[in-house]
Design a protein around this ligand. Structure first.
Ligand code: ATP
Ligand code: MG
Length: 383
């Protein structure tokens, strides 16, 4: 691989991928595919170099935007903004000196070097010694422990890279490496956060949103597409099913105080059918134990009655404040708190908090829920 002198580029370091032994190659492939998807439309080229990616920047590449996108990429431990030079001690020292002169001298600096390719007439210690000396002359405060910035040299066979900016990645696993999962997405605070955690562990989300509009087309005018846009930063072009609740609502009158729990059963039945169609094998929700009246242990147990697929609840142990904190950091909070026409806002004032599996079975039969699910799916629409 050839690099031009002082070429600016981004080096992406994989995270947990290395734990994956035999699957390593397919994980790296998935990560490469995701980088390319996230950076679609940018003037960049992705190359693999040893145990990392190098993002080569074209003339029109917008580094600020690229950094912003990489901040949403699961499966990387960090990325560095670096410059390339020849794998020669003299060139490395020259480039390092130039970079040092642009760095903030009030910040404690660490100088480090690593050789990925070792058949060279100089060692990492030689590099550090020389660069350290120059930094000292430039009056940088230096420390290997409590540092605030780092000048890092990495030497490979083809080129050496010097970086002075390192950005922490999101960690997790590349989206898609854990298969597909249906995420029950509401307009609220919790489920987008649950979706984020599902993606963080490598799940490709298929969203299912149950809405209270007369026609599934009307959801396009709501905040849901906007919410989806934020989630798309983490996994581009996801599928979303907009599913109407009116067939359910007509028959749920009979359920009285059990309406909310029956609604959840209905959602899971719909989710499972869509999951089967989409080749997904898990269902995710934003439920957290005891958060609201409907999320009691007995309700949570009853609502999954008859569902064969695992129902996963990434937020089960979260307090509301903790969920809000994540929602803010991933960018969904502001949209989540906007008013929204919720499905179950009419009859859910005083929901039952204790439900038995027997009771829910009985209600499902009484309301012919299976048939309602089938009818509902026919009126659903891909967003
Ligand atoms: P959220 O903030 O995610 O709406 P919540 O605290 O309001 O959660 P519930 O309304 O009981 O709690 O919903 C619990 C979970 O059920 C949600 O996190 C979501 O996964 C699913 N869910 C609720 N409403 C809908 C909906 N309209 N469409 C799809 N899934 C939903
Ligand atoms: Mg809700």
């Amino acid at each position: 691989m050839e690099f031009s002198a002082h070429e600016k580029l981004v080096i992406v370091h994989f995270g947990e991928l290395w734990l994956r032994g035999r699957n390593r190659n397919s994980y790296i492939k998935a990560l490469a595919r995701n980088v390319n998807m996230l950076l679609a439309g940018e003037d960049v080229r992705l190359d693999k170099l040893y145990d990392r990616f190098v993002i080569r920047l074209g003339r029109d590449a917008d580094l600020g935007r690229i950094k912003g996108r990489l901040n949403h990429l699961f499966g990387i431990s960090n990325f560095e903004i670096a410059y390339a030079t020849k794998s020669e001690l003299k060139s490395i020292v020259k480039l390092s000196t130039e970079l040092l002169s642009g760095m903030d001298k009030s910040k404690v600096l660490k100088v480090s070097a690593h050789r990925t390719y070792k058949d060279l007439p100089f060692t990492s210690v030689d590099i550090v010694d020389k660069v350290f000396k120059i930094a000292k002359e430039m009056e940088f405060p230096l420390s290997n422990k409590d540092f605030e910035s780092e000048l890092k040299v990495n030497v490979t066979k083809d080129a050496a890279f010097v970086s002075c900016e390192k950005v922490r990645g999101l960690g997790g696993l590349p989206v898609g490496t854990s298969g597909r999962g249906v995420v029950l997405l509401s307009g609220g605070i919790d489920s987008p956060v649950a979706a984020w955690y599902a993606m963080k562990r490598g799940v490709e989300p298929i969203y299912v949103h149950i809405h209270g509009y007369p026609d599934s087309k009307d959801v396009a005018e709501s905040k849901m597409p906007e919410l989806l846009k934020i989630l798309e930063n983490y996994s581009p072009d996801p599928k979303i099913y907009y599913v109407p609740s009116h067939f359910f609502q007509l028959s749920a009158m009979k359920a009285g105080r059990y309406e909310l729990i029956l609604l959840k059963s209905f959602m899971f039945m719909v989710a499972e059918k869509i999951a089967e169609k989409e080749g997904a094998n898990m269902i995710f929700t934003g439920e957290s134990l005891g958060q609201v009246a409907s999320q009691t242990p007995s309700n949570i147990a009853a609502e999954g009655e008859g569902i064969k697929m695992p129902i996963l609840r990434p937020l089960i142990g979260f307090d509301k404040q903790e969920i809000i904190k994540v929602a803010r950091s991933i960018g969904t909070y502001e949209l989540s708190i906007l008013p929204y026409k919720d499905v179950c806002s009419i009859n859910s004032k005083n929901p039952k908090t204790q439900t038995t599996i027997g009771k829910i079975k009985e209600l499902k039969k009484e309301t012919k829920l299976g048939r309602i699910v089938a009818r509902t799916l026919k009126s659903s629409q891909l967003g």
